[in-house]
Ligand binder design. Structure first.
Ligand code: SAM
Length: 231
C-alpha cells in the first residue's frame, strides 16, 4: 500500500485575532477532526477550544521548542495521526512559529493543508484605503540592532509597507516614521476585530499630534502607503 495513504497530514489553521466569532466553520471542523493540536500557548488555545466545545490533545510548539519537537511531530504523523498547527492569534507562520515544521513536512512528503482565516496584516491593508496593487510585508522592525538601518531602507521603498508593532514600541515607531519619512501617508490599525478597534490615518506629524494621548495599549498594524500617495 502507498505509504502516503497511511500517514496523517499537517493542517495549518488560522484562528481569530480578537473576535472569536471570526473562526471559520472549516477551521472548527479540522480542529475537531485532528488527533492533536500544536499551539504557541496552551492556555490561549484552550480558551478558543472551550468556546468551540472542542476537547483535544494540545502541545505547546513555540519559537523556543519548535526545533526539538519537529521530529516527534513527524513521527506521529507518519504513524497515521493528523496534526493542526495554530498560533495564539491569526495565521500561523506569519510572524509566528511553524515555518520550519511546514518546510520539514514538505521535505519528507507529508501533506500540508492550509485552512485560511484571519490575518492582521491583510485585514489592515483591506481597510487602509491605500494602494494595494503592490505591497511588502515586513512584520516587526528589529527591536534594537538593525532597527535604524531597516527604517532607512523602508524610507526609500516605493511600495506600500505593512508593519506589525506592539504596545511597547508603537509610540517609538511613529516618532521614527516622523523622522525618516515625514511625508508618507500612514494608517495605524489598532485592536482589529476587538472592542477598542480604531483606524488612524495621516502623515506621521498629523498622527502624532492628533493621537498622542491615545497611543497607549493594544496591538497595532502600521501601513505606510506607497510613495506619492496622498488623500
Ligand atoms: N500571525 C498573526 C497574524 O496572522 O496576524 C500575527 C502574529 S504577531 C506575533 C502579532 C502582531 O500582529 C501584533 O503585535 C500586532 O502587530 C499584530 N496583530 C495581531 N492581532 C492584531 C489585532 N487584533 N489588531 C491589530 N494588530 C494585530
Amino acid at each position: 500500500m502507498d505509504k502516503s495513504n497511511q500517514q496523517g497530514k499537517l493542517y495549518v489553521v488560522a484562528t481569530p485575532i480578537g473576535n472569536l466569532q471570526d473562526i471559520t466553520k472549516r477551521s472548527v471542523e479540522i480542529l475537531e477532526s485532528v488527533d492533536f493540536i500544536l499551539c504557541e500557548d496552551t492556555r490561549v488555545t484552550s480558551v478558543l477550544l472551550k468556546e468551540m466545545g472542542i476537547s483535544k490533545k494540545l502541545y505547546s510548539f513555540n519559537a523556543q521548542s519548535e526545533e526539538k519537537k519537529i521530529e516527534i511531530v513527524l513521527q506521529n504523523i507518519f504513524k497515521g495521526e493528523s496534526a493542526a498547527l495554530v498560533s495564539d492569534a491569526g495565521t500561523p507562520c506569519i510572524s509566528d512559529p511553524g515555518t520550519r515544521l511546514v518546510n520539514k513536512c514538505h521535505q519528507v512528503g507529508i501533506e500540508v493543508i492550509g485552512i485560511p482565516g484571519p490575518n492582521a496584516a491583510i485585514l489592515a491593508l483591506s481597510i487602509a484605503g491605500v494602494p494595494t496593487d503592490s505591497f511588502i510585508f515586513e512584520g516587526f522592525v528589529p527591536q534594537k540592532k538593525g532597527r535604524q538601518k531597516k527604517l532607512k531602507e523602508l524610507a526609500v521603498e516605493e511600495r506600500t509597507i505593512i508593519l506589525y508593532e506592539s504596545t511597547y514600541r508603537i509610540e517609538k515607531l511613529l516618532n521614527e516614521l516622523n523622522e525618516y519619512m515625514p511625508d508618507r501617508f500612514v494608517v495605524v490599525c489598532r485592536e482589529l476585530t476587538k472592542k477598542y478597534e480604531e483606524v488612524w490615518r495621516g502623515t506621521p506629524p498629523e498622527l502624532l499630534s492628533a493621537f498622542d494621548d491615545k497611543i497607549t495599549k493594544g496591538e497595532f498594524v502600521v501601513i505606510i502607503a506607497a510613495k506619492g500617495f496622498s488623500v
